[in-house]
Design a protein around this ligand. Structure first.
Ligand code: 5AD
Ligand code: SF4
Length: 440
């Protein structure tokens, strides 16, 4: 039996692609192994979002080169966004690579493995989503659902539109069938994936065209699905109907990840985000009004070209006003082929570092304050397994997407009530509530 090893970098879309890659390889008779040196087929699913993502992956490639040197029959494959961004250049720079393919083109890997080709092959055409591949899920009770691929936005810092192509929504009936299959297979929490979920459906033929909120409604009615999440929405397209859906649909979780990127309208314009600070704050106000307890998280870039100290203060001000439950913060990283990489006013590294430290402090302070609202409450937690820091305790997630460490005895995949006793900026902790009236 042939053995494979996959290393995944990047976002949830890549995680999902890797699960599908593993599913496909299992169906071809391959077996997954834990260590790279045990594998006949060494795969990397790469990311190119920031420079450090590139660097991390390239240091791993060195080991693959050594292993290939020891046994030339080994196959080395590189998929995902980095591969797409360099295309054929990958074979010149890394001659030991046998096959390279763009994101979502996992079926091409199968084609390569089933062919007698002994020369390196690259697959970089954008194609339809291959929806019929099985996925080996990391947790049996959580599943991904890719609702669209590609992105029609033109954010000037972002490499994704060039690595994932134009936006294509998948047919809603196929998506609902896929969720029904997942539910029948034990999935209780499903996460919908798209680069901009709010524009879902706009490119569909009129006979099957539905809005994102309609899709949420259809998935909410699937028996067995207790939690629905999605990532990421875009503030420019986040409309009332989606916020309304959160208030109405029992399975749709009280958490929205709404990428801010910058709190300065001048910088947002240079980023070509097509919303300004007021529009963003207006979305937040609408969310707070309709879903008062909603968890809100975000992505922020510091040191975008031309960002002045005043622009940066405006970002801090938005963070302070919104009070996020958490935020991913990134130093701006110039990416090949993007408009911002050639802009004037690149911010020096030490300035980025200083701004980043100040931002992270504020994010954490506000997150810690926000988290106190959960103390003393009983919250529904989906059990994931033992806690990472203390394996005698359990770990799970609340509907607000907070990690919860707790004392309890429930099996992974169960929904339990946890009494929250303490909260930090990152995690909640407490005790599983034992239901009284046993046997009732
Ligand atoms: N530099 C820094 N951060 C970036 N992001 C995307 N492109 C860049 C870049 N060139 C961040 C954005 C996005 C998140 C996934 O990564 O905040 O929302
Ligand atoms: Fe995901 Fe973007 Fe990285 Fe591609 S470049 S893997 S879309 S985070």
């Amino acid at each position: 039996m042939k053995r494979f090893h996959v290393t995944t970098f990047g976002c949830q879309m890549n995680e999902h692609d890797s699960e599908r890659m593993k599913g496909m390889l299992t169906s071809l008779g391959y077996e997954e192994v834990e260590r790279r040196e045990q594998a006949d087929l060494i795969l990397f699913n790469t990311c190119s979002i920031r420079e450090n993502a590139d660097n991390r992956f390239i240091s791993h490639l060195g080991e693959a080169k050594r292993l290939k040197g020891e046994d030339p029959a080994r196959v080395v494959g590189v998929g995902g966004c980095w591969a797409q961004s360099v295309k054929e250049e990958v074979f010149r720079r890394f001659p030991f690579v046998d096959v390279a393919f763009g994101p979502g083109q996992i079926h091409r890997l199968a084609e390569f493995l089933n062919s007698d080709s002994i020369t390196a092959q690259g697959y970089f055409e954008f194609e339809e989503f291959a929806g019929d591949l099985p996925a080996n899920r990391a947790r049996p009770f959580q599943g991904w659902l890719q609702i669209s691929q590609g992105c029609n936005c033109v954010c000037t810092y972002c490499i994704v539109p060039s690595t994932r192509g134009r936006e294509q929504s998948r047919d809603p009936s196929l998506l609902v069938e896929e969720v029904e299959r997942l539910a029948a297979d034990g999935v209780r929490e499903v996460t919908l994936l798209g680069q901009n979920v709010n524009s879902y459906g706009r490119d569909l033929p009129s006979a099957s065209r539905i809005r994102f909120s309609d899709l949420l409604r259809r998935i909410d009615s699937v028996e067995g699905i207790e939690r629905i999440r999605y990532t990421s929405p875009h503030p420019k397209d986040m409309r009332e109907d989606v916020i309304e859906a959160h208030a109405e649909l029992p399975a749709l979780c009280e958490h929205i990840h709404l990428p801010l990127q910058s709190g300065s309208s001048t910088i947002l314009k240079k980023m070509r985000r097509t919303y300004d600070r007021e529009r963003y704050l207006d979305r937040v106000a609408m969310i707070r009004e309709r879903i008062p307890d909603c968890g809100l998280t975000t992505d922020i870039i510091v040191g975008f070209p031309g960002e002045t100290d005043r622009d940066f203060r405006q970002t801090l001000e938005v963070v302070d006003r919104v009070g996020y439950d958490g935020a991913f913060t990134f130093g701006y990283s110039p990416r090949r082929g993007t408009a911002a990489a050639d802009m004037d006013g690149q911010v020096p590294h030490p300035v980025k570092k200083e701004r980043m430290a100040e931002l992270v402090d504020l994010v954490q302070e506000r997150a810690r304050e926000r988290a106190q609202r959960f103390v003393g409450r009983s919250m529904e937690v989906l059990v994931e397994g033992p806690s990472r820091s203390d394996p005698t305790r359990l770990r799970g997630r609340s509907r607000h997407n907070k990690a919860v460490n707790f004392e309890g005895a429930a099996e992974p995949g169960k929904l339990v009530e946890v009494e929250i006793e303490a909260a930090t900026s990152q995690t909640l902790s407490g005790n599983e509530r034992l239901l009284s009236g046993i046997g009732a």
